[in-house]
Design a protein around this ligand. Structure first.
Ligand code: NAD
Ligand code: DAU
Length: 376
């Protein structure tokens, strides 16, 4: 039995990882630690928490006593740190929480793991470590800054973050590697491109556009829509992390991405087209529409769902132009490759959103209302 501390496991990628690990590793016991901020939703993983293979603890990764108590209570041998403030626009609005959670919270986890996992010292004074332990930091391609029209981020690309969010993630990466270099702690890092898929919080581009279409709202595109992101289906990210924590080398960074670059404007147009096609083929999907205009057949029409909904709005401050990952290292060393192409993944994602309206309604109540009004 391996015991994993999964932080941020009630958020988008963390929850997908919890489900993926339970489905693929029969010997896994998961301890999910999540503060349940606006971005966390325990209902997402409610059916996974059985008190045997999966335990849930509500709390802060920065809470020293709590985190140390988890290492005392459970035989944790792997930490996968997803917990973070993750939204760039919120970091521009109010940076401080990003530094506290993403940097100090990560350092608190590292320190608790160090305390629990060191077994003594070797002849040269370095700590010795319980065999088989691993601290894995889930990081982002944003630490590398922005690319021009050509080239890719490799693991040796200089770190050059721009937003308060990416600066905090970069700092956390440096602190994590400092624990490796100073104490020889078995630390690994993955830096992944933009994820999409089920349980994506609708402040992020793809689920925001889907939700706005259903509500009949304008679709806000920052600047001229030419910024490029490199999109990866979330399950492929989970598989990459699984490969790195079990087979990746300690002290190493692995970039994760699927060579799937898209301009934001093209993403928005693809979603408009996909929703129209799905609703035309399967009229039952129109139940998800909150803006309903009756067509001649009495069903809500989809005629109004077109590119005229797109509105170009004021650009994000310091908006990175292009991200693109070179995943050669993880592919050649660990045999990881993305399995879901974008055309398949985006249809699955739109369908998931149409079929999980209760989940969407729950997460867009409360904090989201005020946030949306401030932003748009
Ligand atoms: P998310 O915002 O959906 O989820 C973050 C989770 O962390 C939430 O459940 C939240 O409640 C929890 N959390 C926040 N502060 C906490 C604290 N102090 N203590 C405990 N829990 C806390 O984020 P996500 O999109 O799932 O991203 C997960 C991780 O992956 C982040 O570290 C992010 O930087 C990284 N990442 C995200 C993407 C992406 O495209 N979303 C890509 C690459 C890397
Ligand atoms: O690259 C990995 C990163 O991807 C992660 O580290 C972050 O946690 C995650 O939030 C994501 O950051 P982005 O800023 O790239 O994602 P977001 O969905 O916020 O925006 C994607 C692009 O779409 C970006 O260029 C900004 C643009 N955008 C976003 C929103 C919310 C719009 O044009 N309109 C919008 O309303």
């Amino acid at each position: 039995m391996h015991t994993y501390l999964i932080t941020g496991g009630a958020g988008f990628i963390g929850a997908n990882f919890v489900k993926y690990m339970l489905a693929t590793h029969a010997d896994a016991q998961l301890i999910v630690l999540d503060l349940l901020t606006y971005a966390g939703n325990v209902h997402t993983i409610e059916s996974d928490i059985d008190g045997v293979r999966c335990h849930f603890v509500k709390g802060d990764i920065g809470d020293r006593a709590l985190v140390e108590s988890l290492f005392e209570k459970y035989p944790i041998d792997c930490v996968v740190n997803f917990a973070a403030e993750s939204h760039v626009d919120r970091s521009i609005e109010d940076p401080q929480l990003f530094l506290v959670t993403n940097i100090l919270g990560t350092q608190n986890l590292l320190n608790a793991a160090r305390k629990a996992w060191t077994t003594g010292r070797d002849a040269t004074g370095y700590p010795t470590w319980r065999p088989g332990v691993r601290f894995h930091q889930v990081s982002t391609d944003e630490v590398y800054g922005s690319l021009g029209p050509d080239g890719f981020f490799t693991e040796t690309t200089p770190l050059a973050p721009h937003s308060p969010y990416s600066a905090s993630k970069t700092s956390a990466d440096l602190v994590a590697m400092a624990y490796h270099d100073t104490y020889r702690m078995p630390v690994s890092i993955t830096r992944c491109s933009n994820n999409y898929g089920p349980y994506h919080f609708p402040e992020k581009l793809i689920p925001l556009i889907i939700n706005n279409i259903l509500e009949g709202k304008q679709l806000p595109v920052y600047g001229d829509g030419s910024n490029v992101r490199d999109w990866l289906y979330v399950e492929d990210h989970c598989k990459a992390i699984d490969a790195v924590i079990h087979r990746g080398r300690a002290g190493e960074v692995y970039n994760v991405g699927g060579h799937n670059e898209r301009k934001n404007i093209d993403i928005v147009r693809t979603i408009i087209r996909t929703i129209r096609q799905l609703m035309t083929k399967q009229p039952a999907y129109r139940d998800a529409l909150r803006k309903r205009i009756a067509g001649p057949d009495g069903l809500p029409t989809v005629d109004w769902i077109d590119d005229s909904l797109i509105t170009f709005v004021t650009d994000r401050l310091g908006h990175d132009q292009r991200y693109a990952i070179d995943p050669t290292k993880i592919s050649t060393e660990l045999g990881w490759r993305p399995e879901t192409d974008f055309e398949t993944g985006i249809v699955k994602t739109v369908r998931w959103n149409l079929e999980h309206q209760d989940w969407i309604r729950e997460v867009i109540s409360g904090d989201y209302v005020g946030y949306y009004e401030r932003m748009y």
